[in-house]
Design a protein around this ligand. Structure first.
Ligand SMILES: *Cc1c(COP(=O)(O)O)cnc(C)c1O
Length: 443
């Protein structure tokens, strides 16, 4: 089945999921941050990840503008490197980290530790030791056993601000594996079964732990405001009960992240302006009804800042036609982007660098790894004359690709390049065989 291709001009709809700086360049090329993608591929090789610095910064500003009264923490697990740490510091965001590694990278890059929140359903002794040594702003308690462990590590003379991760019993998110608001998953302490209340009572018994508020994170890739409003109601409900029981007035409320983005043209992103307006209204109403002061809001977007700011570039290595399938294999795959294999996500991938007049045909773009599930994009339309050497670009590749990259097949993890004002610079270099060999120390 082939369809007649329209004139090879990129439509604004097609570009709607690309960074705002994206512009048509000659010969079917696109420029991002003023740098043609063909140039990036040539200079740094492929696969390569490109981050549009201005897009990252603009997305941070959009959050600061929409939530001027709130603390905005970037969820580092979406993608972190030292440049990202700098950009977040300069844009006035805090950081949400979930390991000693993310935390140390941020603090050793100069990020103020008091603006960092540590998460994790199973924090290791090293995570906690690093957090206390570096003076992390808050630690989010995720299990009952953590309370005594943390209190002991802080010591009787010490002091640490903590929050509690609460499971509000709300199902939201783009895929079962990224829904974290209900009780049947590993994160947090449930309101419904009383675990959250019980844990809070035990925290209050530890004088060196200062409980500053409640935290919840419903899931990821959420595109509707409604679950967040329900979360506000449930969280304020719990705050009201804690006020009755313990006379507790909590100054902070952390609603987590999960703000959805469009991966393909026509898909819906979460409306941040509506989210801010409705959450604000719901929060003041619920607090007024409960006779509580409005807590300071904290939000933790990851994907919505990094995702649409990044692009993955691959070269086609082979094209294989089998039965009624065409497989276009590229030089990366599940080792740099495990998301299709994990969640079955879909991308609006496109050909870059030449204008084809061939009709388009449905193809499956696959990776180079030794797994049949190593698919980058199933059933996408590409020009029928796609051939080895062609360059393909995947938009909305900035979050949960490089940060989830693996060592599978010893291909080496890809480099990350920043583009800005017509210049490209290397942020993270490609992992070499020497890097891999240097860890392999036994015989
Ligand atoms: C993953 C995570 C986030 C960020 O989620 P996104 O979907 O990337 O916005 C925020 N807070 C917590 C606790 C998380 O685990």
């Amino acid at each position: 089945m082939t369809t007649v291709r329209e004139p090879a001009v990129t439509t604004s709809e097609e570009l709607s999921v690309w960074p705002a700086s994206t512009a048509e360049h000659h010969r079917g090329d696109l420029a991002v941050g003023g740098v043609p993608l063909t140039e990036v591929a040539e200079r740094f090789g492929t696969p390569v990840y490109v981050m549009d610095e201005a897009e990252v910064r603009e997305r941070c500003r959009t959050y600061r503008d929409a939530f001027p009264e709130a603390e905005v923490l970037y969820a580092a697990k979406a993608f972190l490197c030292r440049a990202m740490v700098h950009w977040m510091a300069e844009e006035g965001l805090g950081l949400d980290v979930c390991s000693a590694g993310e935390l140390e990278l941020a603090v050793t890059t100069g990020f103020p530790a008091e603006r960092i929140v540590l998460h994790g359903n199973a924090k290791s002794p090293r995570d906690l030791e690093t957090a206390l040594r570096l003076g992390v702003g808050r630690i989010v308690i995720d299990s009952p056993s953590e309370i005594a462990r943390l209190a002991a590590a802080v010591g009787p003379g010490g002091h640490q601000k903590v929050m509690v991760r609460v499971v509000p019993g709300i199902s939201a998110g783009g895929h079962e594996k990224i829904r974290t608001g209900t009780a049947d998953q590993k994160f947090g302490l449930s309101i419904a079964d009383g675990y959250a209340q019980h844990a809070i009572g035990r925290i209050l018994d530890q004088p060196q732990l200062e409980l500053t508020g409640l935290h919840c994170h419903l899931g990821s890739q959420i595109t509707s405001v409604k679950p967040y409003l329900l979360a506000v109601r449930r969280m304020v409900g719990l705050m009201a009960r804690l006020h009755e029981q313990h006379g507790l007035v909590l100054p902070e409320l952390n609603l987590g992240g999960g703000h959805g983005v469009a991966y393909r043209p026509g898909e819906q992103a979460l409306d941040l302006t509506a989210l801010a307006r409705k959450v604000r209204a719901e929060l003041s109403e619920a607090c007024a009804a409960a006779g509580l002061p409005v807590p300071r809001l904290i939000i933790e977007p990851g994907r919505a800042i990094a995702g649409p700011s990044g692009i993955a570039l691959y070269h086609v290595l082979s094209v294989k036609r089998t039965g009624d399938h065409t497989f276009v294999a590229v030089d990366g795959g599940m080792s740099d982007n495990p998301r299709p294999a994990l969640y079955g996500v879909r991308y609006a991938l496109r050909l870059i660098g030449r204008q084809s007049t061939a009709p388009t045909a449905p193809v499956t773009v696959v990776g180079r790894h030794c797994e049949a599930g190593d698919v980058i994009a199933a059933d996408v339309q590409l020009p029928d004359d796609v051939h080895p050497g062609d360059l393909l670009a995947v938009p909305v590749a900035g979050a949960y690709h490089v940060s989830m990259a693996s060592g599978y097949n010893m291909v080496g993890r890809p480099p990350v390049v920043a583009v800005r004002d017509g210049h490209a610079r290397l942020l993270v270099r490609r992992e070499s065989l020497d890097d891999i060999r240097s860890r392999d120390v036994g015989l």
